[in-house]
Design a protein around this ligand. Sequence first.
Ligand code: SF4
Length: 181
Amino acid sequence: MDPKILALLLKNYDDLLKRVDAHIKKVEKNYSDKIVCKKGCDTCCRFLNLFPVEAFALSAAFLGMNNSCQKSVMSGLEEKNRCPLLINNQCVLYEARPIICRTHGYPLYFKKDGEILVDFCPKNFKGVTSFTRDALFDLDQLNKLLAAINKQFLESFETNPFDDRIPISRALFLLDEIEEK
Ligand code: SF4
């Protein structure tokens, strides 16, 4: 696909990624001694399903990898318990990882049965008993934004060629799949 068209299709999604990354940077700065997430810790890297816009972005990144990296990923596609992009305990498309992967480990807040809950990786934030509001990801808001961006993305196509949710193992080949249709 023409890179300019690709960039236009993914503009809103890329902007959201930048906002998420900026938030994470701030949290990392403010809680630098409380975050133990690091290369090699892959507890969060399980099998994921993505919105089409995320799957599309991941596919573009995957097709930009060299052949040998692509082959390594493809050799793990049948694995059911881990993400195929996890190789030697590291994400091989870290810069292009989906939003959920970016939020892993950090404090998220959401409502459940009318109650406000905060969740984060128990390995992080040891001894922290409360967070300032700006340290928290509003999960419901993030999901709403992502759903709106996905809707707008889908409206760029004459007919929607995508499933509602796409597993990573299939997402990687989405661009090829679309171009063959
Ligand atoms: S895309 Fe990368 S960060 Fe996300 S689950 Fe897969 S290996 Fe982990």
